[in-house]
Design a protein around this ligand. Structure first.
Ligand code: AKG
Length: 300
C-alpha cells in the first residue's frame, strides 16, 4: 500500500529514516565516521576484531565481576550450542524458569512502554482494540528500562549465557542493549510498519563489529503471533551483491539465494529462548492472532 492510501501515515521524520535504508546508507554512515557499519558486515573483519579483543583481554588485569554463581539454564550445553551457532547461525533450546517468566511478564504488564511512533510512555492497559491512546495503531512498544526488573537482570548476566557469548565471540562481551518489546495485533499496513522501523522484512544486522543476540518469548508464539524467522547459515554465505547492498532484502531475493529449506520460523511456548548471530537474514512476522512479548539481549 502506498503512503497516500495508508489510513495511518507514519510521522514525517520516521518516513525519512526509512528512505535511508537504501544503498546510500552505507556511504552516509561512513561519512558520519561509523566505519563499523560498512566493514562490520564482513566475516573476516569480524574475526579480526574478535582476535584483537581477545588479545586486549589477555593484557587487561582488571578483575571481572560475576553477578551470579549458578545458571538458570543448568542443562544448557554451551560447547554444543556454540558449535550449532557457528554452523547454523541459531541455536534453540533455552527455557526460562516459570518464576522468572512470571516476574518479567508481570513487570512488562505494569511498566509503561514507548511506542515505535515515539511520544510519551503509554500504559499497557491503555492499548485498546489495537490502538494507542493517540488513536494511532499499536505496532511495537518498547518497555521502559527493562533492567529495572531484577529477573531481567538475572537473565542478562546469567553465567551460561555469558559463557555462550564469550565462547562464540571469542572475547568477554560488554552488554550493550537489553530490550523488552510488545508487538501488538493491529490493522497497521505493512508500509506503515516499515516506515516506523518494525523489522518485518528480511535483513541482517550490522550492530557493531561482532555481536550475538539471545531472544526469549514471554508469550506463546507461533507463525500467527509474531514468530521470529531466520535464514539458517546465511551468516556465513552472503554474496557480495547482498553485502554491499542495503541490509534489507525482499523475501523473494533471500529465498531465491538460500532456498526455502533454509528458512526457519521459530515457534515456542512462553519462556522459550534461542541465541542467534543476527548477521543471518532474519525478520519478525506480524502478529495477527495474539500479541507477542519478547526479551532481546545483545552481547557485543
Ligand atoms: O522481533 C523480532 O523477532 C526481530 C527483531 C529484529 O529483526 C532485530 O532486532 O533486528
Amino acid at each position: 500500500m502506498s503512503a497516500l492510501h495508508d489510513p495511518h501515515p507514519a510521522p514525517r521524520h520516521l518516513a525519512k529514516a526509512a528512505f535511508s535504508l537504501r544503498p546510500t546508507r552505507v556511504a552516509s554512515r561512513l561519512a558520519r565516521g561509523e566505519i563499523w557499519y560498512a566493514i562490520g558486515r564482513f566475516a573476516r573483519i569480524r574475526r579480526a576484531y574478535s582476535g584483537m579483543r581477545a588479545l586486549l583481554e589477555r593484557v587487561d588485569r582488571r578483575r571481572v565481576r560475576n553477578h551470579y554463581q549458578g545458571s538458570l539454564f543448568p542443562a544448557f550445553e554451551v560447547a554444543d550450542a556454540v558449535a550449532t551457532l557457528r554452523s547454523e547461525g541459531v541455536v534453540c533450546g533455552l527455557r526460562l524458569p516459570a518464576e522468572t517468566l512470571a516476574e518479567i511478564t508481570a513487570f512488562a504488564e505494569r511498566q509503561p512502554f514507548v511506542p515505535l511512533q515515539g511520544g510519551p510512555p503509554v500504559a499497557k492497559h491503555d492499548v485498546c482494540g489495537g490502538l494507542l491512546p493517540s488513536g494511532q495503531p499499536a505496532v511495537v512498544g518498547r518497555v521502559v528500562d527493562p533492567e529495572a526488573c531484577a529477573a531481567v537482570h538475572r537473565v542478562v548476566y546469567d553465567p551460561a549465557l555469558l559463557a555462550l557469548a564469550r565462547s562464540y565471540l571469542g572475547y568477554r562481551p560488554a552488554i550493550t542493549r537489553t530490550q523488552l518489546h510488545w508487538s501488538f495485533v493491529s490493522d497497521a499496513a505493512p508500509d506503515y510498519r516499515r516506515e516506523l522501523g518494525q523489522t518485518i522484512d528480511y535483513h541482517f544486522d550490522v550492530a557493531w563489529f561482532n555481536f550475538l543476540y539471545v531472544f526469549f518469548y514471554l508469550t506463546d508464539v507461533d507463525s500467527r503471533s509474531g514468530a521470529h524467522a531466520i535464514i539458517c547459515r546465511s551468516h556465513r554465505r552472503k554474496p557480495l551483491s547482498m553485502l554491499w547492498h542495503s541490509a534489507r532484502q525482499s523475501d523473494e531475493a533471500v529465498l531465491r539465494r538460500y532456498g526455502a529449506a533454509s528458512e526457519l520460523t521459530i515457534e515456542g511456548p512462553a519462556g522459550s529462548g534461542f541465541a542467534e548471530d543476527t548477521s543471518c537474514f532474519h525478520k519478525a512476522l506480524v502478529p495477527v492472532t495474539r500479541e507477542r512479548l519478547a526479551l532481546f539481549i545483545h552481547y557485543t
